[in-house]
Design a protein around this ligand. Sequence first.
Ligand code: HEM
Length: 458
Amino acid sequence: MRMTWLALAAAGVLTAPRWLPEQVVALRVKVFEKVNGDNAITFPNATVGPDRFREVYGHPSANGRSKGAGLSDLFWYWLSPGPEVHQEHLEAGPRYDDVARTTLALLAGPSESFATAASRCARRVLDELVPGRVTLVRLRDLAMPLWAEYFYELVFGEPCPRAGRELIVAHANDVVTSLKCTGLRHPRRRAALTRYLATRVTEVRVALPASLSAQEQVHYLQGTFFNTAVVQMSEAFAHLVLALAQHPEVAERAGHDDRYFAHVLDETFRRYPLFGIAHRITTGEIELDENTTLPTGSVLCFSYPDYHASGYAEPEKFDPDRWAHLSAKTAHHIPFGIAANRPCPAWRISPIALRAATREVLRRFTLHSTVAHTRSLPHRGPCLLVRKGQSLPVTTLALIGAGLRLRDRWEDVWRSVVQLVLGTAMVLDARRLRLAERYFATHDTHGCPVPHRSEVTR
Ligand code: HEM
């Protein structure tokens, strides 16, 4: 009897990489739903299928961003300091317009200059960080200094000093690590960048939003350019290069064919959208049909992975060629959000900069990776870079590949447990702090302080 139990326990442990991570992720999702307490509605669903997804997402009443959702407390927690002036989380109004105008001014310019800057930063970082013949990297870690330098140049119009790069990377890394629940937040790391940016804020290339205080201007820069921009581009770059590493025939063609590269990028964004869920709070009713109306204050969650997986043959397959017969405009494809409801302001420059930086990688290295490629990329993209002109014996490559896969599978077991524990701790901490709820208790949706209730009744 005892032997049977032991054998069962041993089998459970040995097969853990197959079943445990999936179970733990499902449990984490349940914990998040329970603690957030919102009765959120996720689209597409049985009532509103993929064919009406954009209609609801783009409805004029689907325009509340932060006020009134427990989910906002969680996002504000992850994005702080300064979530109240992060463009993504500002409510519509003059402040939002002022901030959005500034972001667009910083992202304006000729395509060529965005490509040249990305090539230059990629060359510099690759030459410095990958000098050897064969190097094992985590792609997201390699990407962070690259995009830190890029956005520093874009914001300040001059090369990024080493100290600045280190602070930006430490901050962006901290945000994305905690967002993925693979680590906790480190407010001191974030504060170090805030202090640094405060000394540089007068050097920004364009006028900063006049409706923000000096401290808020620093937080705006930190949140939009040294968090969101650096994190999103690093994740996108890691997904793209990992996909190329796992599809060598695609990498070969993408290195010289621009039209094909655009298809590879679309397929990468389709298969691995950077947003899992974007949420909105309704500021008016939305009538879905004669029997169903979404009341004001509903929390709507738009699921990018579900939408991107609908309406395609073999949606799980990574197949850039499908885009030869599809239009990104009419397909179920919204990598940068939807035009009618606050799309990403970097939708134009991101593909240009990604192509330029990726070409620098493809020019230098052949890529190899055998790890699992999932949307959330918690392993940060382990990948072997072999310098062009050098080659490894096939058996050595096969052995490294097998080792990488094995390590990844076992890391996944440990990581999924860590994510469950840290994720739960952070969700509870965010509930305790209630950053968004407390802010809106003392400010209106335009960011103006509102009198305390006792002052009104006095
Ligand atoms: C490949 C890279 C990127 C992808 C795939 C991406 C994707 C997205 C998506 C899907 C949204 C809309 C979310 C929603 O509807 O709530 C969004 C919003 C946003 N993105 Fe990006 N993004 C990328 C890069 C960047 C960069 C480089 C910046 C830097 C400035 C940026 C800044 C923003 C901001 C500020 C918003 C909020 C827009 C608003 O509410 O007005 N993103 N992004």
